[in-house]
Design a binder for this molecule. Structure first.
Ligand code: NAP
Length: 279
């Protein structure tokens, strides 16, 4: 789809790039000439991902919730590369719970990673680009329920709505500096991380595909192609946009609302409780 040099000369960090959609995007960027860095909390995962990202790839063990650690990560990458061109805020946490059963800690855990994490990275990236008078591109991975909200994933819905506001706010404010801010809202893309926490039940997976207008889930490569386009100089005038990539799934309503109709509420709540809590 793209020429091999579509992202030649671009230096891009993908947060949460050690697995799932983040890794697929990082692989896609590297394939078309970018130097990529990935970060996450689990070193073994990052190490295992690196060979697929080309000889110039870097990984940094970093928790995006920690503003100081994020600053150190950017210092390291700027020193190493002499500058940067792009940031993809992809790291996230999410879990299913009836909202009346949420704890403040559970709510905070997701908001900290998704919203504060995106702020921390964008803040450090933007300040450095502005100071160096360099343009740049920020791409935020949100969800299709950013605008509608969604049952059973309240912390994620609230946090992603915040990330969408960050996208549009900075698209306007930093447009003058040549820093574009866009978002991608993916529908269902099977990844180990998302599926183990959000769609572990085969009945839900079946229902999701049956109800999907195209009768299928997404392919990670489809999402990577969209990310390459938005990060590249093929899209210099796209700013403040959120591109949905879900095969039309959102038109039937927010995705996890389906759980409301799958079984009695107490059964669903038991199922959520049995799911492993994330770290
Ligand atoms: P995933 O494989 O679980 O990816 C999440 C990544 O974020 C992991 O590599 C994880 O690594 C990292 N991460 C989590 N907390 C972090 C922290 N505090 N600091 C740094 N890194 C952290 O899930 P995915 O499905 O690929 O999701 C990727 C993105 O797409 C997320 O933003 C998600 O909301 C969005 N999305 C996915 C789907 C889907 O269907 N898959 C749909 C809509 C939106 P560590 O745990 O090792 O830190």
């Amino acid at each position: 789809m793209f020429k091999e040099d579509t992202l030649a000369g671009k230096r891009i960090l993908v947060t949460g790039g050690g697995s799932g959609l983040g890794l697929a995007m990082a692989e896609g960027f590297a394939r078309v000439g970018a130097k990529v860095a990935i970060c996450g909390r689990t070193e073994a995962k990052l190490q295992a991902a690196l060979p697929a990202l080309g000889p110039d790839a870097q990984y940094v063990v970093c928790d995006v919730r920690d503003h100081v650690a994020v600053g150190q990560m950017f210092d390291r990458l700027y020193d190493l590369w002499g500058g940067m061109d792009g940031l993809v805020n992809n790291a996230a946490g999410n879990f299913l719970a009836a909202s009346e059963d949420l704890t403040p800690g559970g709510f905070k855990a997701v908001v900290d990673i998704v919203l504060h994490g995106a702020f921390n990275c964008t803040h450090h990236f933007g300040r450095r680009q502005i100071e160096a008078r360099r343009p740049g591109t920020v791409l935020n991975i949100v969800t299709t329920y950013t605008e509608t909200g969604c049952a059973f994933v309240l912390p994620s819905a609230c946090a992603k709505a915040g990330v969408y506001a960050l996208t549009t706010s900075l698209a306007y404010e930093w447009g003058i500096y040549g820093i574009r801010c866009n978002a991608i809202a993916p529908g269902p893309f099977p990844t180990e991380g998302a599926w183990s926490r959000l769609a572990p039940d085969e009945r839900y997976q079946k229902l999701m595909v049956e109800k999907h207008p195209m009768g299928r889930v997404g392919d990670k490569q489809e999402l990577a192609n969209l990310a390459i386009f938005l990060m590249s100089d093929l899209a210099p005038y796209i700013n403040g946009e959120c591109v949905v990539i879900d095969g039309g799934e959102r038109l039937q309503g927010a995705e996890f609302n389906v759980y409301s109709h799958m079984a009695p509420r107490e059964t669903i709540k038991q199922m959520f409780r049995a799911l492993k809590p994330q770290k």
